[in-house]
Design a binder for this molecule. Structure first.
Ligand SMILES: [Zn+2]
Length: 416
């Protein structure tokens, strides 16, 4: 052996290496044979050791060596059962290979780690294999549906809609279970957001889990609420504060757009130049502003008292959600806030006042049992990230597998 070579263990149990060679394509080909004697009969399950034959060679893709593709070549052994009628034969299985897979298990687990937070197309390209191969591995390892047996108890269910394409009217529904202290588990991806679809899903939850559900967190969408009321009548429905925030923040933003357009007309170009770029500071909370941003906002507010009002109202409502109100206290505070909005005569908030009228009870359920807003925010951010990962995938089972892999992949397929 020359001194520019190394010897490394193959690390696949129950085989011995017969030969290592290179294929014409430059891949390593490692020929192995099983050192195990016998197998279990596929009919009676008994251990059998009557050797029958070796099958023709199979080539399995294995982990690359120095970026070179590696194949393991094996001729599986076949054994005959002396106990069963007709003396059927059974092929011996090895622990590192799944029946009918063209890859070794270590290779598939490595591929799945590559796929976490990535895409099928990207992984196929990096590993120079087909997208079908990647999809096949995903299919073998990640179930397209929830396994309820993995849950002891479910107290909270989150339900969100996702537009699969920006500006598209095709919605799917994402059902998740927030996990304390942080984390989330996806329990379903539904093909649309119809009340009946969601109700059917709730109905499919095993009753031992269904009975324990205390809260359903949802967007302000009647279809979701109706489905929950139908199937989970005991449950409290909570409109998530971040969905509420999205609605009133949009109102403040509309004021900003109107006012900026007006100022563009009214102000001299020099004066207008002084308030340019105020959009980002306007979107931030006061505590997050640096001195320059404050100065910019204040200039903007001197030209537009209306914008200052909108900013103040927006931040006041956020503040309400930050406080440890009781439900009744929160209702009072929000009603008082609505009064201030009406007085302000900011028409842009009109639609939101209607939303509050309709949803106040469910909005204030948020205050019922002292969830820390950090927990809700963490959960919400995770769902947001997951929602973004769904763009461009149109198969709900595929979405379920991909999100499950993103969430649990390192735990399930990580290095041990
Ligand atoms: Zn048998």
């Amino acid at each position: 052996m020359d001194n520019n070579s190394i010897r490394i263990p193959l690390d696949l149990p129950d085989v011995r290496v017969l030969e290592v060679s290179k294929t014409d394509q430059g891949a390593w080909l490692i020929r192995v044979e099983s050192t195990l004697n016998g197998t279990h009969c596929h009919q009676c399950g008994r251990e059998i050791t009557h050797f029958h034959s070796v099958e023709s060679a199979i080539r399995l893709r294995h982990l690359p060596l120095f970026e070179m593709p590696v194949f393991i070549e094996l001729r599986p052994k076949r054994y005959r059962c002396p106990f069963c009628e007709g003396k059927p034969t059974t092929t011996q299985r090895l622990s590192w290979h799944e029946l009918r897979s063209p890859n070794t298990k270590p290779y598939e687990q490595w591929l799945l780690r590559m796929l976490i937070n990535s895409t099928v197309a990207d992984v196929a390209r990096k590993l120079t294999i087909s997208e079908e191969t990647v999809a096949g591995v995903l299919k073998r390892w990640v179930s397209p549906q929830v396994d309820w047996a993995e849950f002891d108890q479910i107290e909270v269910v989150g339900i969100d809609e996702i537009a699969l394409k920006r500006g598209h009217r095709d919605y799917i529904t994402l059902v998740s279970v927030p996990l304390m202290p942080r984390g989330v588990e996806i329990v379903a991806i539904l093909a649309d957001r119809k009340k009946q679809t969601v109700a059917n899903f709730f109905n499919s939850i095993p009753s031992r889990l269904k009975g324990g559900i205390k809260r359903v967190c949802t967007d302000m969408y009647q279809g979701f609420v109706a489905a929950a009321v139908l199937q989970l009548p005991e449950v409290k429905i909570v409109v998530d504060r971040f969905h509420v925030a999205k609605a009133y923040r949009a109102c403040a933003d509309t004021v900003r757009k109107h006012e900026v357009n007006r100022l563009k007309q009214d102000l001299s170009p020099e004066a207008y130049q002084q308030i340019k770029g105020a959009m980002w500071p306007f979107r931030k909370a006061p505590d997050d502003l640096n001195d320059d941003e404050w100065a910019l906002l204040e200039r903007l507010f001197t030209y537009s008292p209306k914008l200052e009002k909108a900013y103040t109202l927006r931040e006041e409502l956020t503040e309400i959600f930050e406080r440890a109100y009781t439900k009744t206290g929160a209702k009072c505070a929000i009603r008082a806030w609505c009064k201030r909005v009406r007085k302000s005569e900011l028409d842009e908030f009109e639609s939101f006042l209607g939303t509050v009228d309709t949803w106040l009870d469910k909005i204030t359920n948020y205050f019922l049992d002292g969830w820390s807003s950090g927990f809700v925010e963490g959960f919400n951010n995770r769902v947001k990230v997951l929602k973004r990962r769904c763009y461009g995938i149109f198969d709900v089972e595929r979405i379920f597998q991909r999100l499950t892999l993103d969430i649990n992949g390192y735990e399930r397929f990580g290095y041990t």
